[in-house]
Design a binder for this molecule. Structure first.
Ligand code: APR
Ligand code: PHB
Length: 389
């Protein structure tokens, strides 16, 4: 098979890139290791920045997002009994939309047949070849047969563990990494949210987040040491912990219910640079990971594919190589700012095991400053709604 761009991975990054390229009349094929059902079974964060909403609008795939997404003008930082509201609308004129990121994947997946986006699921042993030249190709195994796709570019949208980034020869790239000493234990339940906006809480017992998917479905998190085992966390124990950490006001409004899903996810900050090598372009989690504090994962994938689609369109329309050459620097400039914000919000809202009284005093001072300064609140608000692309 021959195509212009072979995309590896049918997560949000790969599907969004595929649709953007199809909208430009560029031929592409998406190769995914898993089944579509498996991809949709992954529970992800639920906050969309303006760029993500705009891309769905541009593609004309925003009908469900518009109907079911909840625009949020503000969110809250809790510190014990104090609640600091960040009024994004008033401070920046912007807002975020609360809509499950898994639902974005579903909307993109459902639109594939009508938009002529070819996705090959259950593609095993995907391997990238000749990425340094102008005629790369990808091999994979499907239904027991070896297959080959020749293309002009390969887009590695295959997440943190995929083969894309690993096809870049050792010594070419640089890795930047910070692993955190805790994970987030998440619970999803069909109960109304305890508050109409999100609450990120820093409590002596640890971090907690009250989030939602709709008026009837809630998503909550508490941070736990990495040594913690899920089976030691009954639903009741999670609800008890949330009630303690989120503060008395929220606790009074928590509705408990059985968990639909419960899992522990480790936290990591990671960047691989450059995000392009020869004919291979990396987008999304294949090039970077953020801790979930701030919900930047999918939104960063969206800005990457926006830049990648622009660069690929310039190449196929005008043989413009400069846009391809500029992709990595352009994407990384925004990636680093999101990494900084996710890291700083994580530092501000979690109790690190190595922290002593001094570090805690710094958190209190920073929260006091945020509570009293419009400038500080604006900084947080403009990062939360998403920096310009
Ligand atoms: N061959 C083919 N596909 C692969 C391979 C492989 N060897 N390895 C991984 N993949 C697929 C995965 O199965 C997955 O469907 O690549 C896809 C990568 O998707 P994600 O991990 O969701 O990464 P990305 O699309 O970059 O997502 C960006 O969205 O919802 C958020 O938290 C999520 O931060 C993430 C962001
Ligand atoms: C979620 O709703 O799952 C969520 C919201 C905000 C975050 C992370 C996760 O920062």
């Amino acid at each position: 098979m021959k195509t212009q761009v072979c995309i590896i991975g049918a997560g949000p990054a790969g599907l969004l890139l595929g649709h953007l390229l199809r909208a430009e009349g560029i031929d592409c094929v998406v190769l995914e290791r898993q089944t579509g059902d498996y991809v949709l079974s992954r529970i992800r964060a639920g906050v969309l920045e303006t760029i993500t909403v705009e891309l769905m609008e541009r593609l004309g795939l925003d009908a469900r997002l518009k109907a079911e997404g909840l625009p949020h003008d503000g969110f809250n930082l809790a510190d014990g009994e104090r609640l600091i509201r960040i009024d994004m609308q008033e401070l920046t004129g912007g807002h975020v939309v609360v809509y499950g990121q898994t639902e974005i994947t579903r909307d993109l997946m459902d639109a594939c047949p009508e938009r002529g986006l070819d996705v090959i699921y259950e593609a095993a042993e995907v391997a990238l070849h000749e990425v340094e030249g102008e005629a790369p190709y990808v091999t994979y195994r499907k239904d027991g047969r070896e297959q080959r796709i020749d293309c002009r570019f390969i887009a590695g949208c295959d997440g943190f563990h995929g083969p894309g980034r690993k096809a870049i020869p050792a010594g070419v790239g640089k890795e930047y990494e910070r692993v955190y000493p805790f994970g987030w234990l998440g619970i999803l339940a069909d109960v109304p949210p305890c508050n109409h906006e999100l609450i990120y809480a820093n409590h002596a017992r640890g971090f907690a987040l009250a989030s939602m998917r709709s008026q009837t479905r809630s998503r909550y998190y508490v941070d736990v040491p990495l040594t913690e085992r899920l089976e030691d966390w009954s639903d009741e124990r999670v609800w008890d912990e949330l009630a303690l950490r989120l503060g008395p006001d929220a606790a009074a409004h928590i509705t408990r219910g059985p968990s639909l899903e419960k899992s522990i996810a480790p936290l990591r900050s990671y960047v691989f640079a450059p995000m392009r090598h020869g004919s291979l372009i990396l987008c999304g989690d294949s090039a970077h990971i953020v801790p979930p504090t701030g919900a930047k994962g999918l939104n960063l994938a969206a800005s990457d594919v926006h830049y990648a689609a622009q660069a690929l369109a310039a190449y196929f329309r005008r043989s413009d190589n400069d846009a391809i050459a500029a992709y990595s620097d352009k994407a990384l400039a925004r990636v680093w700012k999101s990494e900084r914000f996710s890291w700083s919000l994580t530092k501000l809202m979690h109790r690190f095991p190595e922290d002593g009284p001094f570090e805690r005093a710094m958190q209190v001072a920073e929260l006091d400053y945020i509570a009293s300064s419009r400038a500080a609140q604006t900084t947080i608000a403009e990062n939360y709604i998403g920096l310009p692309v």
